[in-house]
Write a protein that binds this ligand. Structure first.
Ligand code: EPU
Length: 361
């Protein structure tokens, strides 16, 4: 199978489903699909569920149907029933890096966060240990488990929010470490619902992404960690990385993590950070509506309580415009932006920006 399709490009299947869906859409998901889900899906089913309840930035309009599967089989059932009824399915992790537009998501959202969340050691030698974990496992649980079994490799990723599937899918990381450094294999459902596993030498990781088509659903991953350090050393590392994050990032406000990727030059790594560029463009502390570019780190947008997706998108547009004009650099978003605009779609734009006061943290 091919794993070379860029994640930003929708598959033909996805595009045709969305087109057909939008064309025929009048009053939400067909009743037949709802009835079949009620009959066959064992997990939780919510209708018109506000996505702001399922995103870290606490923004997002309603999903027509929001599904939390109990088992892998349940996840397969959801995808099969939705696709048979021509209803698009959107895969959602913890929503740590996802901005859902204010009009919400048409179709089904299949959310794995804290579902499919079991994990265990599956192999051990004198110098390494392999942990297999469900895609919905909150990543923080894996960091603490690795400390408990005195296995090193995950601590530099301490504090990255979200679940394992999301972190693998984004090749989440920091300066020191990315998911690709620890992933041994990934098991996923392909678009025809086959359950397949790819070993690390076949996985195409790139900067902040895994090249796996969006129609594929990551179900679990095996992580290989080293048995190099004591629990005390790992505790110290966890404390160090937690403090560094708290010192430099606006963790006390709902946010999306890094908004932009750090610009890359011929794949040789960042020469200048997105945070520095946005700061140099004079945008630290600028607000649109309830959204604000953090005075603590300019690559973060925070929700002060009333922000809409449109407010955040206006700040993103503004930052890209100003950085392009200042440095000729095209900032690329790291976050995933999904869903529909609310009607009518009017963005705040530069005219409605205002500098904020001091941030509380
Ligand atoms: N900087 C500024 N102004 C700012 C922010 C940063 O000038 O407002 C400059 C400073 O010189 C600073 C440098 O940028 O020393 C680097 O900043 P930082 O250490 O925060 O790193 P980053 O490149 O902005 C990356 C990841 C973060 C990760 C940190 C720590 C990306 C896009 N972001 O941020 O990951 O936590 O390193 O290792 O790669 C995330 O992906 O969501 C994320 C938070």
């Amino acid at each position: 199978m091919s794993v070379t399709e860029p994640m930003t490009k929708l598959s033909d299947l996805e595009q045709s489903l969305i087109k057909r869906w939008l064309k025929g859409r009048k009053s939400g998901v067909p009743d037949a699909v709802k009835d079949e889900l009620r009959l066959k899906f064992a997990g939780e089913i919510l209708f018109d569920e506000p996505m702001r309840h399922h995103t870290f930035i606490k923004i997002g309009g309603p999903a027509d149907i929001f599904l939390k599967p109990k088992t892998e089989e349940d996840a397969v059932t959801a995808v099969r029933v939705a696709r048979a009824g021509d209803v698009p399915v959107y895969f959602h992790g913890g929503g740590a890096n996802t901005l859902v537009r204010d009009g919400g998501i048409r179709g089904c959202v299949l959310c794995l966060y804290d579902c499919l969340n079991e994990f265990s050691v599956i192999a051990e030698t004198a110098d390494h240990v392999d942990i297999s974990a469900g895609a919905g496992t909150p990543f923080s649980k894996l960091v603490h488990f690795s400390r408990d079994i005195a296995a090193s490799g995950l601590t530099p990723l301490t504090g990255i929010p979200g679940c394992l599937g999301g972190l693998v899918c984004m090749n989440a990381g920091t300066r020191e470490r990315e998911m690709r450094d620890v992933v041994r294999s990934v098991t996923y459902l392909d678009k025809d619902l086959n359950r397949l596993t790819l070993e690390s030498d076949k996985l195409e990781f790139a900067y902040r992404r895994l090249k796996l088509p969006r129609t594929h659903l990551i179900l679990r991953a095996v992580l290989r960690l080293e048995k190099l350090k004591s629990r005390e050393e790992l505790d110290e590392e966890i404390r160090y990385y937690q403090k560094r994050r708290a010192d430099t990032q606006p963790l006390n406000f709902p946010n999306l993590g890094s908004i932009f990727k750090n610009p890359q030059v011929s794949g040789k790594g960042p020469v200048v950070t997105a945070g520095r560029l946005v700061e140099e463009a004079g945008l630290k502390d600028v607000r649109v509506g309830g959204a604000r570019i953090s005075p603590k780190h300019a690559n973060f947008i925070i929700n002060e309580g009333t922000a809409t997706a449109n407010d955040v998108l206006s700040l993103i547009d503004l930052a890209r415009e100003k950085v392009r004009a200042m440095a000729g650099i095209e900032l690329e978003t790291e976050i995933r932006i999904v869903g529909e605009d609310a009607e009518p779609s009017v963005r705040g734009g530069a005219g409605s920006c205002r500098p904020g006061g001091m941030e509380a943290n």
